[in-house]
Design a protein around this ligand. Sequence first.
Ligand SMILES: *[C@@H]1O[C@H](CO)[C@@H](O)[C@H](O)[C@H]1NC(C)=O
Ligand SMILES: *[C@@H]1O[C@H](CO)[C@@H](O)[C@H](O)[C@H]1NC(C)=O
Length: 381
Amino acid sequence: MGLGIRLLLLLLLVGAAAAAAGSKEEKGSSGGGLRFRRGSGTFKVVQVADMHYANGGRTGCRDVLPSQVAGCSDLNTTAFLYRLFRAEDPDLVVFTGDNIFGEDATDSAKSMDAAIAPAIDMNLRWAAVLGNHDQEGTLSREGVMRHLVGMKNTLSRFNPEGVEIDHYGNYNLEVGGVEGTMLANKSALNLYFLDSGDYSTVPSIRGYDWIKPSQQFWFQQTSSNLQTKYKEEQPKQKEPAPGLVYFHIPLPEFSSLKAPHFKGVKQDPISSPSINSGFFATMVTAGDVKAAFVGHDHLNDFCGKLDGIQLCYAGGFGYHAYGKAGWSRRARVVSVQLEKTDSGEWGGVKSIRTWKRLDDPHFTTIDSQVLWSRGSNVGGY
Ligand SMILES: *[C@@H]1O[C@H](CO)[C@@H](O)[C@H](O)[C@H]1NC(C)=O
Ligand SMILES: *[C@@H]1O[C@H](CO)[C@@H](O)[C@H](O)[C@H]1NC(C)=O
């Protein structure tokens, strides 16, 4: 490499680092926690579903066009992550399971490190839940979750402390209001993460596992406590802070949504558990949940509203995951906007928007929609 080119690369790197540092400044933080941004009053989450990462450059792509097979590997999934993070500059990245495809991973820990690396490299904060394939390699489900919570920049947690709970990786994150405002010390947005398990262990029930009563009880208690704090402590708020829920396997209720009553496409059957464990009813009853986000069915990417809750798929992200040749790999973005109070400062959440980013030549944005808006009943059909 010539001196001129090396100098150019160095300048580019310095420039990129300065740009990254500049955007970090704008991102709110609260003692390592999450916060809305002061300038824009927004908080943005990027959901990455089903990377199915295995051994990097040695693992080929599935379901791409014949012309795309040569030179396609897990590294294309990595490149998509970088591209996505640069374009969206998210406040949080959520990996919703099947992050690695255990069966094809020679070393699960190494695969996970490689899969998540772009988020860490770009100094983004991230959270992950398990899918049904993460544990199929050299680590158990418990082992995979323990590895995830030990990684850099993660906000993932193993499970709540002092509570007996099924599965691994049930936790919640609070997103504080803008620093210096009335809601600075309150959680203006609540994020819930649950482990939807892998396969049923009850001999008479076939198929996928489900969100257990212990998890639902924890969720219900957590939601209730957060709502009490938000509404009872000064400055008291009238309505609960909105909640968003992330897990891997869709609930049976996703099947209730039929075209044209959703935005996006349904090209896969809904692979939910064969029994209904009641988590949808639990979420509706809790009263704060505005949307639930899953992965698992790579060819579904729709959002539709049922009983006041938007049920959303992200669509498949990874190139080693099954997909559909010619149908771009994609990610779901959620942008939450605060409202301006009468005194002109940022208040509570006003609206929640979503769209998808396609890994196509133009990096197209599609299906932008409002999932929820304070005081109105938008998003229904
Ligand atoms: C995978 O990455 C290679 C190298 O950058 C690129 O040439 C190729 O077009 C990518 N394939 C797909 C399907 O995006
Ligand atoms: C938030 O907490 C900080 C630190 O304890 C305090 O200085 C500030 O006054 C609090 N803000 C509000 C609006 O309660």
